[in-house]
Ligand binder design. Sequence first.
Ligand SMILES: *[C@@H]1O[C@H](CO)[C@@H](O)[C@H](O)[C@H]1NC(C)=O
Ligand SMILES: *[C@@H]1O[C@H](CO)[C@@H](O)[C@H](O)[C@H]1NC(C)=O
Ligand SMILES: *[C@@H]1O[C@H](CO)[C@@H](O)[C@H](O)[C@H]1NC(C)=O
Length: 778
Amino acid sequence: MGGDKIRVNDLLLTVPLVGGAVWPKTKGQAALQPFLVSLVVPFDVSAAAATDDLRHTINYSLLCSLLRQAFNDQTQPLGSLEDLVSGIFDALFGREDLALNEVHLKLVQPRAPLNCKSVRIEANAKRVSNSTWIVEEMRHCCEDIQCLTIVGVNDCEREERQVVRINVSIEWKQCGIQRVDFRGLTRRLHEKVGQSSFQMLEALASYVSEETLRCLVDIPHSPVVTVRAAKPVAIVFAESSEIEISRTHADFPRIFSTPVALAIGSNLGDRFYNIELALRLLEDPQSLDFKDSFVNVVDTSFMYETAPMYVTNQPSFINCACMVETNLAPIELLKLLKKIEQLVGRVPSIRNGPRAIDLDLILYGDQTIDTRTEPRKELDDLEGQLVVPHPRMFEREFVLRPLNDMVPDLVHPILYRRISDLLATLVTPPDSTPMQKVIPFPQCPPPAGRSVPSTLTHWTLRCSPGDKPGTRVMATLNTTPDSFSDGSTHNTLPAALEYAQSAVSAGAAILDVGGYSTRPGAAFVSPEEEMSRVVPSISAIRASHPQLPMSIDTFRPSVARVALAAGANCINDVYAFTGPNSFPVKAAGGAESDRYLVEMKALAREFAVPIILMHSRGDAGTNKDYSVYDYSGQQNAVVEGVRVELGAKVNSIVKGKGGVRRWLVIVDPGVGFSKTLEGNLQVLRSAASVTADVPVGQGPLRARNPLAGFPQLIGASRKSFLGAILEHTDSGRKTAPKERSWATAAAVACAVQQGALLVRVHDTQEMADVVNVANALW
Ligand SMILES: *[C@@H]1O[C@H](CO)[C@@H](O)[C@H](O)[C@H]1NC(C)=O
Ligand SMILES: *[C@@H]1O[C@H](CO)[C@@H](O)[C@H](O)[C@H]1NC(C)=O
Ligand SMILES: *[C@@H]1O[C@H](CO)[C@@H](O)[C@H](O)[C@H]1NC(C)=O
């Protein structure tokens, strides 16, 4: 009797829901929404049929009252339809007396988002243990999205828009609970279809499937999208003409590709050098005789220092991970990794012992592969065999944490759980040392004969407030005669050297050298002039302070190149690699911004230097209305603006082929740039939230904060907004930049409290004192 089923059809539930109403209320408020719930429970009813006794079947009345009780009168609003789905499963599987093992749920929201008739979620869940369940299949459907558009080959059809009706279904397998923003999706499809003018319904349907997949591109678990499109008025004597197609990301290979994840570790020799060398070899498989193949590193994690696991009397590991795109099949990719391991100098040694480089294939799309001929007890040493997903990844923080930096929503193909979820539930021994982020600084100029720079030093970052070391000080050396803050005092070599010496004695961790002021109204300086200002100072300081990290403050690739060749080993760019005409992202700068982006990225990659990317809306000299931070009525609109605008730039720098390694990026919210007084205060007082792991953006573009987890530099020193505050007090005191040290101290203390990695200052000794005390306090 395997096919017996018990059904409950269209049970009405009224549930307070925050999102997803036709007319959503203002942010955060819930609206009561009707839902129709249908359940199918596979259940052998032969016993009940034979005895005609209710005790041998499932009590449907109990099923219904259970759900009504759980949801109908609840005041706690739900965030989404998916929350309701998981709530229903919790309620059903949580009741032991119901003893359900499998449930098919259909949840229809008849009053759906504006542009379609209804939306629906279908999900099949199975019990895996007492009260835990997993969703094995799920489907999101939008029914009857009605659009007016030009479609057809006949002349008359090219003249007027006609109605098309579209159904979209998004189907996931072995997926866990997946989320779709129905409102954003239907709005986008409605808009896009309205603007289109295809000849064929086939092309329109394919376009709709591609647009739908685009909305889901950040969800690494690839769904199947089925689109049905009909032209109800096209044929006079039939009801309608209709097309149905199914597509996945794989059908649009130029746009979407399979996520392949590699874990990287090193605990022998120059660990940062080994990792960079391995990545460069990986990106050039042809040089290792892998003909016609490509491997593009398209995303990287942060980098961590990790105490060794399993074998503890050995040096600590540097761990990171990357995502690649490749046309190599899994086994071929494994061969390439082994070859690179040999080249970089991995000495076969004790299992889990020291190694110059360790490259592991962790995930290859949602494929599961096991090439071992006999099952082995040991999972550690796979001896050239391939097991994907990596069998121990779920218990390894040093694998999960880096993956979580890149693909928190990726679903593990066997465990059906997201990376973020696996990491959150990972049990770490209480006495284990935490993984700490690190930033390596390379040796510049690179030693002769080495194309990959070796490592000068590295910084260890705190992982929670109170850890040491805390905030560090960046001393500022302006070699510009017109610099707003220290005039022309440092534009001669001896003065520069003296300044550097005093900054180091005061405890500065890094020196920032600039030759072109970005202050509003500053005079234009030619690239040649800028180079002639910074290069002699950098060379001289490098010669006398070989170990000191030093950044070049410039937005020009040509200047950055000569500065790195002279000894600077970090780039600090107020335009975040997009040049002075780049607001909001690249739109205004266009081709010019692209040129900056390409050249600066190539340079940062070549020298493997840390880069500091600041938020601004381009050149401060041109008049722009900085009061406009229109981010949908967000409370912290400016902070949201920084996340969205700088986040887009950081994404274009870190992600995709040729991207800069994530572990080399420091972000700067740009206090004093493109912001009003209140905007500057908002950013300063909630700087920590700029890089918090929160959702950002609206509608289909809503995504994890692209700046999540990045270390921050805050530069508030002597800036005019501090002067404006002093001037607006009762005393009305007007201050020159040099008179704003005490004001700067307050801002610096706030930056420390907000957890900044770095504060950029001018009065190094005084601000180092402020930082030391503030570090001790927070
Ligand atoms: C079925 O459930 C209803 C509602 O909870 C309850 O009143 C009834 O007694 C149950 N019947 C049986 C046979 O358990
Ligand atoms: C599962 O149920 C059994 C029997 O009811 C019980 O002994 C056991 O403790 C439960 N396990 C968990 C993890 O709840
Ligand atoms: C969309 O789905 C509904 C309900 O299943 C159906 O009545 C309608 O004909 C479908 N429309 C198209 C264009 O397939």
